[in-house]
Ligand binder design. Sequence first.
Ligand SMILES: [Zn+2]
Length: 272
Amino acid sequence: MGARAHPQAPAPPQGSRAQEAVDLTSLPNLTKNRPAPSLFTPHRDQMKQRESILHIAFSALSLLASLTGCTRPLPPTEVPKIKKAYEHAREALKDRKFESVLASLGSEDFDHDYDSAEAAHDDGRQVLGKLQDADSTYHQMVTSTKTFALAKAPSHPKTNAYEGSDPGPIVLAKSKLRRLSETDWAGTFVHELAHRAGYSHGENDPEGKECTVPNLVTDLATWTTDPTSSLQGYCPALVRAIEQYSRDSVSDSGPRSPANELVGGRTSLALP
Ligand SMILES: [Zn+2]
């Protein structure tokens, strides 16, 4: 979408102030004491008129961009947050907590109803492998293009992001860039990578879809990034796997990492 529209507006008037006065009185609904009300009335100051035309043309271009689904580079002010979120997503996918919990899930723990026949029987280990492959492919794209995501006006208010065209950048909803946190965006990157790995959740409404692979791994990544986050609304099989992982970590007699201390602290509260 590099083409620029040329504003098709009436040419500004060339007349002098004397002509202007004559023109004003000649208009049927205008008096001398009444200012010209419209942006398009050819009696306003030329500069103001041009500014207005440019403003309208820019608004029209923005509207056209949103309607035709144009993608844009991220606004510079939002780049640091999104870049960190992408790094968090990559860290989560390689985190021992994420790997262990996901690999402990069986095929029946996922809602594969929306997946293709090829992916419909994947267990946690297979999901993990495909997800890490998708991450690796995406990282190669990011390294070669220096672009980790693009922005676009969302077509639906609930849309946070689009998986984009593989191997191009993931596309984030422009209107949510400021509103969502770094952790939210990290989960979103993991979600979109799950789509690229071949998993689906059907329509965008997340209601009742918490066990689909994209939504389940989003929640798992959120918990991995912040183990104090609430498990409310997570897939029940995921909650059981996280609780089992936490119990195993507590009973592990080996040396504890700071992450394990955190998990242990959380779990000791949850256990009877
Ligand atoms: Zn999705």
